[in-house]
Design a protein around this ligand. Structure first.
Ligand code: MRU
Length: 345
């Protein structure tokens, strides 16, 4: 792959600026944890696993840059940096998962000096990044069997290499089937209001020669009714213990449509996206974003001045609409509570 969503270079966290794709491929260099947090908030980097990786790197960078003389002071400042990362975006479970891993490093090395703590934190952030790529490859391996030769696959938002450290979750499954030589085509929903499908998924697939057709979000039902779509695969931002799935706004509508048309609906996600402390999807916090994303796409006003807007960034698909959840450890299916308990045991 000739691009990287997030990486570490010469003590900087470097990100491909996803706000400027597909027209410009520009990398942003973050010099400190505040810049990383802002990049997550303003969606320079986005996608649940990529957010987790970026936060871990931002924390490692922050630890390196702290000008403190005692371990006690270091720990106080470190906790502040972790809190700042946690406050960037509320829905993706991978964020708290990654932050907790970084906190565990410090907690697990009682008695170590400042240099050692900094070193351990940097290598943990690198390990989180490497692990994410490996996990996505395994998700791809576990999911490719669901894609039959000649399939037309609908996907929503971007759950690809751009949304992860590399390879992708939903697009990882598609990539794995494509690499195996299966004939397939992808229908990408444009994904209003931020157009991750149009700007990112179409770019990513096109770059690799995977056939992709872009549609507006409202077209999916018609395509299904015409028998054009054979399956749906999406990623996830947080999955509760019963298998309810929070993902990009519009996912729920696709799941209902898929059910109505007898089309399988798959979710591909790493174990780090699960939040087993939540019984159902009702408990998942849903981010609400600026109304200007809806009224002023790309800075152009398309709605009357002052119109009332509601802009939830995610929705929750109840598990009864999910055919299977593909993870790196295996595939969860109905009954999801038991199936997920097995996967995590
Ligand atoms: O708001 P975004 O672009 O961060 O939303 C991303 C999604 O909803 C993805 O589908 C999800 O994070 C899975 S990415 C592998």
């Amino acid at each position: 792959m000739k691009y990287e969503a997030v990486t570490w270079r010469r003590d900087k966290v470097v990100m491909l600026d996803q706000r400027r794709l597909p027209t410009e491929e520009i990398y942003v260099k973050c010099d400190g944890p505040g810049e990383v947090a802002e990049a997550i908030r303003n969606m320079t980097i986005r996608g649940a696993p990529a957010i987790g990786v970026a936060a871990a790197m931002g924390i490692a960078l922050g630890a390196m840059k702290l000008r403190v003389k005692s371990v006690g002071r270091f720990k106080e400042e470190f906790e502040g940096i972790c809190r700042m990362m946690m406050e960037t975006r509320p829905t993706a479970a991978n964020l708290s998962w990654a932050v907790q891993r970084m906190e565990t490093v410090v907690r697990g090395h009682e008695g170590e000096g400042l240099d050692e703590l900094r070193r351990f934190l940097k290598s943990e952030a690198m390990a989180i990044r490497e692990m994410d790529i490996e996990v996505n490859r395994r998700i791809g391996h576990n999911g490719k069997r669901y894609i039959r030769n000649g399939s037309a696959i609908l996907t929503h938002c971007n759950a690809g290499a751009l949304a992860t450290a590399g390879y992708g979750t939903a697009l990882g499954v598609i990539r794995a089937a494509h690499e195996e030589g299966k004939d397939l085509e992808v229908y990408a929903c444009e994904t209003r209001p931020r157009f991750q499908g149009a700007r990112l998924t179409a770019w990513e697939l096109d770059k690799e020669g995977i056939p992709v057709t872009l549609i507006t979000d409202g077209m999916s039902g018609y395509l299904m009714s015409k028998g054009v779509i054979h399956m749906v695969i999406v990623g996830a931002d947080r999955i509760s213990a019963n298998g309810d799935v929070a993902n990009k706004i519009g996912t729920y509508s696709l799941a209902i449509l898929a059910k109505a048309h007898g089309i399988p609906f798959y979710v591909a996600a790493p174990l780090s996206t699960f939040d087993l402390s939540l019984g159902t999807g009702d408990e998942i916090p849903i981010e609400e974003r600026d109304s200007r994303e809806v009224t002023h796409p790309f800075g152009t006003q398309i709605a009357p001045e002052g119109v009332r807007v509601w802009n939830p960034a995610f929705d929750v698909t109840p598990q009864q609409y999910v055919t299977a959840i593909i993870t790196e450890r295996g595939v969860a299916q109905e009954p999801f509570e038991a199936s997920l308990r097995d996967l995590f045991s």
